[in-house]
Design a protein around this ligand. Structure first.
Ligand code: SAH
Length: 351
């Protein structure tokens, strides 16, 4: 694989241009073209000769949209192809205030969660920061001329919010994920506010502390899915490495450092974690903490035997949490007609 220009910050792009004997303003032309989602060959302000030199070493299009699936509710699901032929997926959800894109951080995943399709074939490889970023760049370019986007102002970009909830465990690819966060929030780059970015982790505790200290206060979301370590370990092998109590301590530290409340994802799995006893235990565990609980109804994955909770039971669970003072919501199911759950699309494609 060649190198990836989207891995570079603006300052690093300048260094590159100077090292190639070019003037500084070429870095601006190159960087701005890439930020607009252009390929190197598509940047008209650069000479053919310079582009040819760049393309000897760098990928022209590190992330390509291979297929788009449209849901009846407007949600789009993408199958992206990387330059080595690997496939990853992403989702775009359209809201009134803007578009939220769900991006992947790894090809596959090695966390082994029992309900998740991303981990079925294990980890193939980490994405580079530029491959994470380029998922957003190509989607911004795809939607640059949408009426809704233009209506938001002259310099508006399609993707206003980012969730790191696609395939992969972001904190298992910490270095590249952090670099991505630095570059995507940079004022000379896409300039997305950390407040508009959510990072979801299965709870790799030491990395949660590192993230708290990194100075990019994104919304931290932990996939909890159970209220005791034993039950959690049945569906999430990572629970054998880190206890819920340790996760809660790391969350408290995150709040202390960033001032941001944190989030928990709790996927309701029939017969596993969604009786009233579990709701009560969840209240006991989280009451009074500066957090919010996102309930998710399991998106059934055909390779897995776990079953979703009925809608009524899900609302009952939510009602119990709310009545007992937890801030909670049941995630609206969107895009389920296009295989919205992590890894489903890639899994069916590989098949
Ligand atoms: N590795 C990270 C982020 C990716 S998964 C993490 O574990 O948080 C994003 C969220 O979707 C997680 O909460 C995950 O547990 C949940 N998820 C995965 N597969 C799912 C499925 N089939 N149905 C419902 N939620 C699922």
């Amino acid at each position: 694989m060649k190198k990836i220009l989207q891995d570079l910050s603006y300052a690093e792009t300048e260094v590159l241009m100077l090292s190639m004997g070019e003037k500084k303003f070429r870095a601006k032309q190159l960087f701005e073209g890439l930020v607009q989602g252009k390929t190197v060959s598509g940047i008209t302000s650069l000479s053919k000769a310079l582009k040819a030199r760049l393309l000897e070493e760098y990928e022209d299009e590190p992330v390509k949209i291979k297929e788009i699936f449209h849901s009846s509710d407007g949600t789009e699901k993408y199958l992206f192809e990387l330059s080595d032929g690997n496939l990853i997926e992403g989702v775009l959800m359209k809201y009134k205030y803007g578009y939220t894109q769900c991006v992947s951080t790894q090809v596959g995943c090695r966390m082994g969660c029992k309900f998740c399709a991303s981990t079925l074939g294990g980890l193939v490889r980490n994405l580079t920061s530029g491959e994470i970023l380029a998922q957003i760049l190509v989607v911004n370019a795809l939607h640059a001329n949408d009426e809704e986007v233009k209506g938001r102002g002259k310099d508006a970009r399609a993707v206003t919010n980012i969730v790191l909830m696609g395939s992969g465990e972001p904190l298992d690819n910490y270095g590249e994920t952090l670099r991505f966060l630095q570059n995507v929030t940079a004022s000379d780059g896409l300039n997305v506010s950390a407040r508009n970015i959510s990072l979801s982790t299965c709870g790799i505790v030491p990395k949660m502390y590192e993230l708290a200290n990194a100075g990019i206060p994104v919304n931290l979301t932990v996939s909890l899915h159970a209220t005791d370590d034993e039950t959690r370990a049945r569906v999430m092998p990572i629970a054998k490495a880190y206890k819920i109590s340790e996760i809660l301590k790391a969350c408290a530290y995150y709040f202390e450092k960033t001032g941001r409340r944190y989030y928990f994802e709790y996927t309701l799995i029939d017969g596993e974690n969604c009786d009233e006893t579990h709701a009560r235990a969840l209240v006991t565990l989280l009451k009074g903490k500066p957090c919010h609980v996102n309930l998710i109804r399991l998106n059934e994955v055909k390779e897995r035997s776990l079953k979703a909770t009925g809608e009524k039971a899900a609302y009952r669970f939510l009602g119990y949490l709310e009545k007992n003072g937890l801030s909670a919501t049941l995630r609206r199911q969107i895009g389920s007609d296009i295989g919205g759950a992590c890894g489903q699309l890639r899994a069916s494609y590989l098949e």
